[in-house]
Design a protein around this ligand. Structure first.
Ligand code: COA
Ligand code: AMP
Length: 631
């Protein structure tokens, strides 16, 4: 079947298309209702189907006789550890840990927060929660206590699962004190905290803490609880434009169907092939393609605790490919920029046999053409840029290597994936002709796997995604299509930025910066960075009479953002400005500041109060090297 035929069928007859894809999975009760609407009027998939995601990802393969096949390869250069789990071993650990959670009172529908480094226990915890029909919410380890507290407050977990520490290259980061601080900051208190003790650092346990190993030693394995396809599997918080992150809800059935389909259609993976998504389980890429996608497809997934560079060098990826015969490698462009920076001539690639590698996939941020071209040239492998978001859980645009590989175009994430009716709209909601840039929106219904709501805040869901254009989901990204329908994503149209493939909210950073006693007003914008794609910079207006040097202020603000949001925010620069451009109603013109940073020709809008401030800010930003120079 050609891509064009597959895509056309998915849009013309979505029911028949997705029913067929759902048949590839072992349901407890196969769905008869394929597409329907819920009480909120939102499209839902497979609403009467019964299943369990953990069963589909583990037990099913064992029943099919593949229990001895490797499910997980764990490689941790930062601790010098390498381990593997067969499907049988992984299922047994998961069933036992589900027993531990059950002993703590976790039942179907309860939330469990998981705050862990990249170790197999993080995946065991996720699958154990799913086994019970409970809902996990994984929080990335690079977020500080305050961020963890916000998520605890919102998700109200019965239990938290953590580890004693994470390892960041040569630094050991104690997790338990961060969890304790988060619990003390949150008005909601979980009943227990299960701690996996790592030998690099032991945590001191308190009254409500449970030692992972001790609990596992006395636990009984538990069977899978049947859930409805529409029951939530997880909540994953992602940055929005305000300080409060959005709890993206993922259901069980649509998610399983979409991911299983994507493993063959997008990634061309067969059972027992080795798949490596070099991400972290704290991000959506980790959820979908370290854990669920590869396991639902019966592949071997790779769990890597390390960086693309410095662990020990920029040959880390290629060493992994050779050692584990990896067929598909998926990482953020920033990882390849980091490798290129340290090994520009790719001398390290030549030291390894990477012949097992079929394709390199990249996502998480815009793949800039120089990085794309370097990777293609130096590896000799096809490189596929694919565009997606936490909200969708899988690719919206990609080159469908498992159906029909199309020629790629640098700067484009190729064509819409079956199920996604991608349109480029003008502000009135009209479809724009090829070449014209507008808002990228997806005509409803969205395919299986996409979010049905935001946890506990349906209004915010409709407000954020469905209000701007009736009958469309608004992605928050801008871009265009060319004459052949290829999609080019150019960047966010809101105040979300992408730092080293990590999605962050400038609004959230502004709240932190504005809390400094000498700051009158501020705006945080993303400026171009040759390694991380974008980095945040604070433009700060001081209160009248405030006496502080820029250096001193910057130091204080860096500390505040690190403490409140975490090191992952990469907030390193703050610049004092004499004024900020504003509208007549007093709103800071962030879009204008973003345009200046992107070095667009900025026309001074007539609504601005003080037109003189624009050239002034422009020249400060030029002086500070904050404008993009490689255009
Ligand atoms: N726990 C605690 N701290 C963490 C962390 C974690 N899980 N992950 C990152 N951090 C810290 C880092 O130690 C660093 O702290 P520092 O300021 O004290 O040095 C800070 O957060 C910034 O980290 P990062 O942006 O990762 O920078 P880096 O210089 O350590 O590494 C790259 C740069 C490009 C190698 C790295 O960002 C990378 O591999 N990116 C890929 C991103 C990715 O996989 N995204 C997922 C979407 S596909
Ligand atoms: P996240 O939800 O963290 O996965 O971030 C999603 C956002 O990252 C998208 O809305 C885009 O802005 C950006 N993004 C992800 N993949 C791509 C890509 N292939 N090209 C351009 N931008 C991307």
């Amino acid at each position: 079947m050609s891509y064009a035929e597959e895509y056309a069928r998915s849009i013309a007859t979505p029911d028949a298309f997705w029913q067929e894809k759902a048949e590839a999975l072992p349901w407890f009760k196969a769905p008869r209702t394929i597409l329907s609407k819920d009480d909120n009027g939102i499209h839902r998939w497979f609403s009467d189907g019964e299943m369990n995601t953990s069963y589909m990802a583990l037990d099913h393969h064992i029943k099919a006789g593949r229990g001895e096949q490797k499910a997980i390869i764990f490689d941790s250069p930062v601790t010098g550890t390498k381990t593997t789990y067969t499907y049988l071993a992984l299922r047994d650990e998961v069933a036992l840990f589900a027993g531990v959670l059950q002993q703590q009172g976790v039942v179907k529908g309860d939330r469990v927060v998981i705050y862990m480094p990249m170790i197999p226990q993080a995946i065991i915890a996720m699958l154990a929660v799913a086994r019970l029909g409970a809902i996990h919410s994984v929080v990335f380890g690079g977020f500080a206590s305050h961020e963890l507290a916000v998520r605890i407050e919102d998700a109200q977990p019965k239990v938290i699962v953590t580890a004693s520490c994470g390892i960041e290259v040569a630094k050991t980061i104690a997790y338990k004190p961060l969890v304790e601080e988060a619990i003390s900051l949150s008005s909601f208190k979980p009943e227990a905290c299960i701690v996996y003790q790592r030998e690099q650092l032991h945590a001191t346990l308190g009254d409500t803490d449970v030692d992972w190993d001790e609990a596992m030693a006395v636990a009984e394995p538990v069977a899978c609880t049947a859930v409805l396809a529409t029951d939530p599997l997880y909540i994953l918080y992602t940055s929005g434009t305000t300080g409060k992150p959005k709890g993206v809800v993922r259901d069980n059935g649509g998610h399983a169907v979409a991911l299983k389909y994507s493993m063959s259609a997008v990634y061309d993976m067969k059972p027992s092939d080795v798949f490596w998504a070099a991400s972290d389980v704290g991000w959506v890429v980790g959820h979908s393609y370290i854990v669920y996608g590869p396991l639902l497809q019966g592949c071997t997934t790779v769990v890597y605790e390390g960086k693309p560079v410095r662990t020990p060098d920029a040959g880390a990826f290629w060493r992994m490919v050779e050692e584990y015969k990896i067929k598909t490698l998926f990482a953020a462009p920033t990882a390849f920029r980091a490798i290129r920076k340290e090994d520009p001539d790719a001398n390290l690639i030549e030291q390894y046999d990477i012949s097992s590698l079929n394709t390199i996939f990249m996502a998480g941020e815009r793949l800039d053409p120089p990085t794309y071209l370097w990777t293609v040239e130096k590896t000799g492998k096809p490189v596929v840029d694919h565009w997606w978001q936490t909200e969708t859980g899988w690719a919206i645009c990609a080159n469908l290597t498992g159906i029909e590989s199309r020629p790629t175009k640098p700067g484009s994430s190729t064509l819409p994936v079956p199920g996604f009716n991608v349109q480029v709209l003008d502000p009135m909601g009209n479809t724009l002709p090829p070449g014209e840039q507008g808002a990228i929106a997806i005509k409803l219904p969205m395919p299986p796997g996409c979010l049905p709501t935001i946890w506990g805040d349906f209004d915010r869901f409709t407000q954020s995604y469905l209000k701007a254009y009736p009958n469309y989901y608004t992605s928050g990204d801008g871009g265009f299509k060319d004459e052949e329908g290829y999609v080019f994503i150019m960047g966010r149209t809101d105040d979300v930025i992408n730092v080293a493939g990590h999605r962050l909210s400038t609004g959230e950073m502004e709240e932190v910066v504005a809390a400094h006693p000498m700051v009158a007003e501020c705006s945080v914008i993303g400026v171009h960075d040759s390694l991380k794609g974008q980095i945040p910079v604070g433009l700060v207006l001081l209160k009248d009479g405030a006496q502080i040097s820029e250096e001193e202020l910057q130091k204080a603000l860096i500390g505040m953002v690190r403490k409140e949001i975490g090191p992952i925010a990469c907030f390193q620069r703050a610049v004092i400005v004499p004024r900020l451009p504003k509208t007549r109603s007093g709103k800071i013109l962030r879009k204008l500041l973003r345009q200046i940073a992107d070095n667009h020709e900025v026309a001074v809008p007539s609504t601005i109060d003080d037109p003189a401030s624009v050239p002034e800010i422009q020249s400060i930003m030029k002086q500070q090297g904050l404008v993009k120079s490689d255009r």
